[in-house]
Design a protein around this ligand. Sequence first.
Ligand SMILES: Nc1ncnc2c1ncn2[C@@H]1O[C@H](COP(=O)(O)OP(=O)(O)O)[C@@H](O)[C@H]1O
Ligand SMILES: [Mg+2]
Length: 261
Amino acid sequence: MRVIAVINQKGGVGKTTTTANLAHALALAGNRVTVIDLDPQSHLASCFGLNGREHRGMDDVLLQGEPIEQYLIRIRENLQLIPAGASLNDIEHLQCGTGKGALLQRALSGKCQNQDFVFIDCPPASGLLAVNALLASKEVLIPVTGDYLSLEGLSFLMATIRNFEQKLNHPLQEWIVVTRFHRRRRLGREVMEKLLSYFPDKVYATQIRETAALAECPGQGRTIFEYRPRSNGAIDYESLAGDVLHSQTLADSLEVIACDG
Ligand SMILES: Nc1ncnc2c1ncn2[C@@H]1O[C@H](COP(=O)(O)OP(=O)(O)O)[C@@H](O)[C@H]1O
Ligand SMILES: [Mg+2]
């Protein structure tokens, strides 16, 4: 079982879009996948046509200590969701440093063992919910958009993760995915070059292009594979699923180009 936190303190970078569509791509390929909505805004549930605030979920698990398995909702074949619940934000008011960062890790311990993937969709913040996600995970997937502020945010996030790994002695494998990508924009290409020079073996080979249909999906309560299966968005998320399964990074794809040339 791979537990992966989809994390970035910046909002609007595609965390929820990536969690929903990557998870569905992996489920369609036959993997058993669980997605956990750890954002009190409950947007992940909407991506699958559910109202996350109508269901109890991670709020009961983390605040009341209820067993996580009783909140699993089967949303698609091979795919189940644990909703955020209406009072998840209350956890941010708890005192940190009293074991409150390990609530999710404990709740998941020994659970979901039959799953191939567990994805945790994080809120755009670096508080206690994010700490819980990091401690419960072995890997982090960081969506970044192709602009300079996003790159600045990325170096801050990488430093935060390093600090976290050392303090809590909890190593994490980091992966980066470039989202909302405009291939023809010079800025996008420059950002790709920077990413490649700093983190060649962490950036997944696939970039997710800016695709109108991806933004329309949540309003339809459907994933891109249901709403526009032939769109660039569907092609890109299917390709990203392959990268995730085979750890295919930019460094690998450059090697292929070098060998071909
Ligand atoms: N590749 C994309 N192309 C077009 N719109 C996108 C893409 N990725 C995300 N969006 C849209 O951008 C907004 C923010 O994305 P979201 O996944 O909610 O970000 P986050 O979870 O990081 O806050 C949403 O309206 C979403 O539909
Ligand atoms: Mg989100």
